[in-house]
Design a protein around this ligand. Structure first.
Ligand code: NI
Ligand code: MN
Length: 225
């Protein structure tokens, strides 16, 4: 079993009953976050890229839990410089962690720091945990290789950005769902900022026409996959 909790924006907690992972924990400065950084007890912090709304409180959470930061090499090096324990990876590579297997995928986006430091390429991530497979697309535009990601693994839950402007909007995200063909789609990266205001129910309704399952999650809501 795998419990998935939506913390808002692109942040999710995964819990298999033994291990907890937090992905992109953007909490401080996030008007929609239902939690404080100190509430997160996850031992594994997965970061898709270095933008503030993804790196977020990741390093603080990793340090407070003596946890492990999992990221692409350049971002992981930055985390190590800040005093974190890290596992450095890169796009296309997978690794077997105590919770299961994790593999980074491509994402079409940026990943510089505010100071202009190169933090590696942005990524998506496929996580196999608790007998389920979750694909978190990170921040990205639509790309045809999503089809390959859906062919390589039978995705149980596809976490897809729909907010437009910085990532895919609803119409491109609909195509992404066609490519990945997951059992369940969960929209993310919307309504946190003025420029990413969209109606997730509109996305859900359009998916329903294609007979695709979609769950619009409330902030702090959990489901079992
Ligand atoms: Ni970003
Ligand atoms: Mn973002």
């Amino acid at each position: 079993m795998l419990k998935l909790t939506y913390l808002s924006h692109s942040s999710f907690l995964l819990d298999d009953g033994t291990h907890q992972i937090v992905i992109d924990p953007f909490i401080t400065g996030n008007p929609n976050s239902p939690v404080k950084p100190s509430d997160i007890k996850a031992k594994f912090v997965v970061l898709t890229h270095a933008h503030g709304d993804h790196l977020g409180d990741g390093l603080t959470i990793a340090k407070q839990n003596e946890g492990l930061v999992i990221a692409v090499n350049e971002l992981a090096n930055y985390a190590a410089e800040q005093g974190c324990i890290t596992h450095n990876m890169h796009i296309g590579g997978g690794w077997n962690f105590p919770f299961g297997r994790l593999k980074f995928t491509i994402a079409h986006h940026g990943s510089g720091s505010p100071e202009g430091r190169y933090m590696g390429e942005p990524a998506g991530v496929v996580i196999k945990m608790g007998g389920k497979i979750v694909y978190h697309a990170g921040d990205t535009g639509l790309f045809l290789d999503m089809k390959l990601i859906g062919e390589i693994d039978k995705i149980d839950a596809f976490l897809v950005p729909i907010g437009d402007n910085f990532t895919m909007g609803i119409d491109d995200a609909l195509r992404a769902v066609e490519f990945v063909n997951p059992a369940l789609t969960i929209p993310m990266h919307y309504n946190t900022f003025p420029v990413i205001q969209v109606d997730p129910e509109q996305f859900k309704a359009k998916l329903a026409k294609n007979e695709k399952e979609c769950k619009v999650m409330n902030f702090g809501e959990s489901i079992e996959l």
